[in-house]
Structures are given as structure tokens and as C-alpha cells.
Design a protein around this ligand. Sequence first.
Ligand SMILES: Cc1cc2nc3c(=O)[nH]c(=O)nc-3n(C[C@H](O)[C@H](O)[C@H](O)COP(=O)(O)O)c2cc1C
Length: 187
Amino acid sequence: MSAKDIIQNRRSAYPPQFTGAEIPRETIIAMLDSARFAPTHRLTQPWRFNVFSGDARETFARAWAEAYKTHEGENAKQATYDKFIKKPMSCSHVIAIGMKRNPIVPEFEEIAAVACAVQNMLITASDLGAGGYWSTGGHAFYHTFKPFFGLQGDDRLLGFLFLGMPRNLPLPPRERLSVDEISVWHG
Ligand SMILES: Cc1cc2nc3c(=O)[nH]c(=O)nc-3n(C[C@H](O)[C@H](O)[C@H](O)COP(=O)(O)O)c2cc1C
């Protein structure tokens, strides 16, 4: 497949769509390897990843649920806590997406570079028959959760990749804005 085909075939896949099979270790390594080649202003390479599989998913789940409880205090809901405990176990792997802050460039550029790296990972996963989605939501902003991933100070936690082996590939395309709708040509 051409790069264009691989990009256009990538779709987010969610735990109910996963077969339950484990993603091969080589696929996860290929994803991380692709992340390294994303563009990065002044070569700061701000992407940092924590990969959870097997029993470590449970460790992640407990830390995630506890971070939720700490953050929400009295507003924490048991159902949401339980969801955080269960969700990682419905995935083959969870990858926490971190940004190691380097003040020689604006923060926006660092976040953009990590997003490019994550897209490389998702495209590589899709090419190799794996899938998942980037989850953000409030948990990306639980500052108390950052040290769990070796992040500190102005580093950022930018969410999680929940990954599995999707069934029924390729997933059907979604309606997208056309080239005409997203571009204004001059000259
Ligand atoms: C930065 C970012 C954060 C996202 N956060 C979530 C999320 O919290 N929950 C979710 O269901 N999908 C999330 N998504 C996935 C989008 O919903 C998905 O990419 C979009 O619906 C387009 O579908 P596609 O990826 O299949 O093309 C996120 C995507 C990006 C790029």
C-alpha cells in the first residue's frame, strides 16, 4: 500500500472492536520506532512513552483510578472509578503519551511534535493490523498523575493510546471535509 492508502485506511478503533488478542511486541516496537521520526523543532524530540501490557495494565488502571479520585475529591463517582479500573484490561496495551518540556522552543511546538509522533504510531499500527485510539479527556490534566510516568515540572501528560487488535479491518471510512472545503488556493 502507498503511504496515502495507509493514512486513509487508519481509523480509530475502540475496546468493543478489539478481538482480545495481544498485539505482537514487534508491532509496539515498530510504533515506537516510527514515533522517533516525527518532525521536531530544534530536534528537541519531546515525546516520551510508557507502555503497559500484561499485569502492568492493572497497575496502570489502579493508579489511573486513584488519580481520578484524588483529582475529583468528593465529586468522584464510583461508576467512573470502576470504568478506569476495567478499561485498560479490555486493551492489549496502553501507552501513556508524555511531553518532556524543553523551553528552547514554545510549548505549542512541543505538543505539535508529540502529536506528529502519535500519528506516526497510529499509522504504523494500522499498517500492521493493530489499532486503537488516542484518549484525552480530563485525565490528561491530572497533574498528580504525571510522576507515575516519570514526568515532572512543566512536562505534560497528553493522554493515552488504548490499543488492541481490531476485528473487521479495514474499518469503514468516515465522512471528511473535502480538499475544496479545507483549502484556499492563491495563485
Ligand atoms: C488529540 C486527540 C484526542 C482524542 N481524544 C479522544 C477521546 O478522549 N475519546 C475518544 O473517544 N476519541 C478521542 N480521539 C479520537 C477521535 O475521536 C477520532 O480521531 C475522530 O473521531 C476521527 O475518527 P478516526 O480517528 O477514526 O478518523 C482523540 C483524537 C485526538 C487526535
